[in-house]
Design a protein around this ligand. Structure first.
Ligand SMILES: Nc1nc2c(ncn2[C@@H]2O[C@H](COP(=O)(O)OP(=O)(O)OP(=O)(O)O)[C@@H](O)[C@H]2O)c(=O)[nH]1
Ligand SMILES: [Mg+2]
Length: 270
């Protein structure tokens, strides 16, 4: 007798919030998400934060059935936390799945913009697979970032666009909505970047998989409380990986040029 696996029943949208030492930020951000998108569930993915964020997340989950917590045993980086969250969400039938930082940089009030864009079909009737909340498209903006950070972010996106031919202005953006099928299609098993280069890695895999990626403008707000986890190591990891993928891409045979094909498809949609 062959084993039959029941597909998970549809659960609606899930907003994933990765946390490491975000005790001051967590309750306000969860409340804002629940207010901005009341039908959506929340998954907090905590890497055993020393400041007790995981305990607070459990308290929030106990008070609200739409809030869930995934506890991990130690700090393994943003990418690893998201990959574990995607597995959790896909196993349970959540669709779509949204990424959102805990520090308030991604305004939950813009969730309807991202979720709405996921439903907007283009002229050919195709709806996007991935929506990126973008700082660098017209209408996008940054509040309270030092000039050095603006420069670093723009330079990082430009480098990724140039090296990888990405049709995306904000390749490192962390505010994103994915259709569940998009996550299934983009070969998560090949995404290995741990730091914020994870966002570029996901963009790159989405484009290589021929998925439709669109950007909507967001206002990105610098964190007001808590400490940034950004480090030189994270920047170097991202640069090293983008450089490696870019070089490999230039030496790839024409038949393997999935990126060029999907870039072309996107251009033809514009
Ligand atoms: N679970 C988990 N979450 C993390 C980890 N590193 C960062 N985060 C969370 O990921 C989100 C983004 O981290 P930030 O420190 O704000 O990094 P950033 O937004 O790239 O940098 P800033 O612009 O300086 O804030 C926050 O919600 C963090 O708590 C990690 O190793 N594990
Ligand atoms: Mg941040």
């Amino acid at each position: 007798m062959s084993a039959h696996v029941e597909p998970p029943s549809p659960q609606g949208a899930l907003v994933v919030i990765p946390t490491f030492d975000e005790r001051e930020n967590l309750a306000p951000i969860v409340a804002r998400v629940r207010a901005a998108a009341p039908a959506a569930s929340v998954l907090v993915v905590d890497d055993d934060s020393p400041d007790g964020t995981g305990v607070l997340a459990d308290e929030l989950a106990a008070a609200d059935a739409a809030v869930h917590v995934l506890h991990r045993t130690g700090k393994e980086g943003l990418g690893a936390a998201y990959l574990a969250a995607f597995d959790w969400a896909l196993e349970r039938g959540f669709d779509p799945i949204v990424q959102l930082d805990a520090d308030g940089s991604h305004r939950p009030e813009q969730l309807p913009d991202l979720l709405g864009a996921l439903e907007l079909a283009d002229a050919s009737g195709r709806r996007p697979d991935v929506v990126i909340g973008s700082r660098w498209v017209p209408g996008g903006s940054i509040v309270n970032w030092p000039r050095r950070r603006v420069w670093l972010s723009k330079a990082g996106s430009s480098y990724a666009r140039w090296m990888l031919g990405l049709p995306v202005r904000d390749a490192t953006a962390g505010y994103r909505a994915f259709r569940a099928d998009a996550l299934r299609a983009l070969h998560l098993e090949d995404v290995h970047t741990r730091g914020y280069g994870f966002q570029v890695d996901m963009t790159w895999h989405a484009v290589m998989a021929g998925l439709s990626v669109v950007e909507v403008p967001i206002t990105f707000v610098e964190r007001e409380r808590g400490r940034s986890k950004m480090s030189a190591g994270i920047v170097l990891e991202a640069m090293g990986r983008v450089t490696g993928w870019g070089i490999a891409r230039r030496f790839r045979r024409p038949g393997q040029a999935a990126t060029a094909a999907s870039t072309e498809r996107r251009r033809s949609r514009a």
